[in-house]
Design a protein around this ligand. Structure first.
Ligand code: HEM
Length: 310
């Protein structure tokens, strides 16, 4: 996997770093076609569960559309093409064989709301937070969440959204709140978040939480050092935060990547770092991430594969 979130030891810091002009805001990889098709199906089946937006987000939605399309066209010019002629925009998506002409900032010229339309052009989930002091979640197309959904978190402030996470994160989240308040439009940032999962389903929305916990309780005890590498997936979220210059709202993008632990652990340095990070995590974070279900097997497996000599 391109992104590997483990350093030498676990850290409670925010882990945000500047997104450089050479870094794409959104990424299109080998899973593009399958993942955008999957999004279409989810949105068709249960639109209100995966997409919500307050009317006040109209301008911010156009800003998101502009940022996302310009980034795709700039970083993947053979796959995507954007022609701008004043207010008349033309979009060609060669990966899905789709073309769309529209008038920028004219809602009637697009078949869907701008956020709902542009979200279907990318693998990322796209969320919009307001420019109020509490930084409230006011819109989102969220198809591939890890144990949450829009119904749970819609119209909640940033700190409230994180209220349920372990208390050791309190200073981290206070720093993150400041970062959100001070984010400036020409300095986007990004960070990685990670989890270990027994499934590689991208849609892990909270409707599946109870079922997947039951499954984990059942399968966890069956995991041993000889099968845990193939059975467990490392799920990594590449998260970006960008200020939208006109509305002053914030775009939060999440691209979910997954790989089996076995594939990651083929690299002995990665195996060692996973081991060391797991060994240094506060207990309540281990519990929150549901690692104790397979902790022993995973640690033994990583210990066998890690290069601990350097
Ligand atoms: C700098 C920005 C951010 C930081 C440092 C941050 C940090 C964290 C941390 C430490 C957790 C605990 C889970 C874990 O480590 O696996 C978490 C979970 C969560 N965060 Fe954030 N977060 C940020 C931005 C956001 C934003 C903008 C949203 C907006 C919706 C969000 C939504 C969530 C949700 C719903 C969870 C619970 C789901 C889960 O456990 O993965 N986060 N976040």
């Amino acid at each position: 996997m391109l992104y590997f979130p483990f350093d030498e030891r676990y850290s409670l810091s925010m882990g945000t770093i500047p997104l450089q002009p050479t870094d794409p805001l959104v990424e299109a990889d080998a899973h593009y076609a399958a993942e955008v098709a999957h999004k279409q199906q989810l949105l068709l089946a249960n639109h209100g569960y995966y997409y919500r937006a307050n009317p006040e987000t109209a301008l911010a939605q156009w800003e998101v559309l502009e940022k996302v399309l310009k980034s795709l066209a700039a970083f993947y010019p053979t796959q995507f093409e954007l022609n701008i002629n004043g207010r008349n925009w033309q979009w060609h998506n060669r990966l899905t064989n789709e073309s769309q002409s529209f008038e920028f900032e004219n809602a009637a010229s697009l078949p869907l709301q701008p956020l709902d339309w542009v979200g279907r052009q990318v693998q990322e989930d796209l969320l919009i937070l307001a420019n109020d002091p509490a930084v409230t979640l006011v819109a989102g197309q969220l198809c591939f969440p890890n144990d949450w959904d829009l119904n749970q978190k819609f119209e909640q402030p940033f700190l409230q959204i994180h209220h349920h996470i372990p208390k050791v994160f309190t200073p981290t989240m206070q720093a993150a709140q400041k970062l959100m308040e001070r984010l400036v439009s020409h300095r986007p940032v990004w960070r990685l978040n990670w989890n270990f999962k027994i499934h590689n389903a991208l849609d892990m929305s909270s409707q599946y939480f109870a079922e997947s916990r039951r499954e984990l309780a059942e399968i966890g005890p069956q995991l041993t050092p000889s099968n845990v590498g193939e059975r467990l997936y490392l799920r990594v979220e590449r998260q970006t935060l960008s200020r939208l210059p006109r509305s002053n709202y914030i775009l939060f993008g999440i691209h979910t990547y997954q790989n089996t632990v076995a594939n990651e652990a083929q690299n002995p340095d990665r195996a060692r770092r996973m081991y060391q990070v797991l060994k240094s995590i506060p207990r309540e974070v281990m519990q929150y991430k549901a690692i104790p279900f397979f902790e022993e097997a995973l640690l033994a497996y990583l210990q066998q594969r890690g290069d601990f000599l350097n």
